[in-house]
Design a protein around this ligand. Structure first.
Ligand SMILES: [Cu+2]
Length: 200
């Protein structure tokens, strides 16, 4: 049976939890990066004409910027960052790029202005690789004198690594069982403490 005091406690607890939930969801509600085209850390095989970034929250029409630079730091976007008109939810930014960008790594820096007044910044990279770069990529063959030393060095390092891995494997089962043994009672005792408390 629930006493009057008990009901009061439950109501207070629920109110507190609700307030906590509301405050957390508010602070978490920024316009964060969700996805982009080209994707972050992705490689495209054709020079893109624009960079599109989707965020988690509606953005203001002003105060957003996407800046795209090449490996030397030169700006390659056209400075025309806008809300993407194709997105009725106003969560998408778009900027156009100089035509015919060459193969390489590009950096995207962005700053947005969320409808809630918050501003977030971030950056990511993408790579353009049309195949022209790949043809130039193969490393020059090592000379006949260097190769044996390199092979010996690699073999030595490999042996060391294998030895280390084998030793780790021999030790690990003990570590694991020990940690399991320690983990289980802790979890159980915490549960006991909670359930041992008088219900009100
Ligand atoms: Cu916010």
């Amino acid at each position: 049976m629930l006493s009057f005091l008990c009901v009061k406690r439950i109501v207070a607890m629920l109110t507190l939890l609700t307030l906590m939930f509301i405050s957390t969801s508010r602070t978490l509600a920024h316009a964060d990066y969700v996805s982009s085209e080209p994707p972050a850390n992705g490689t495209v095989t054709k020079a893109p004409e624009r960079v599109v970034i989707v965020f988690s929250q509606e953005l203001k029409p002003e105060g957003n910027i996407i800046r795209v630079t090449d490996a030397r730091g030169n700006q390659v976007d056209r400075g025309d960052t806008t809300l993407d008109r194709n997105d009725p939810n106003r969560k998408t930014l778009v900027v156009s790029l100089n035509p015919g960008l060459s193969d390489g790594v590009y950096t995207v820096n962005w700053k947005n202005a969320s409808i809630d007044g918050h501003s977030e910044t971030g950056r990511f990279r993408f790579t353009i690789s049309t195949g022209a770069t790949q043809a130039a990529a193969p490393l020059p063959a090592t000379s006949g004198e260097e190769a044996p030393w390199l092979a010996l060095l690699a073999a030595g390092l490999g042996a060391l690594l294998i030895g280390w891995v084998l030793r780790r494997r021999a030790v690990r089962p003990l570590e694991l069982s020990a940690s399991r043994r320690w983990d289980a009672p802790v979890g159980r005792s915490q549960g006991e403490i909670v359930s041992d408390q008088p219900s009100c």
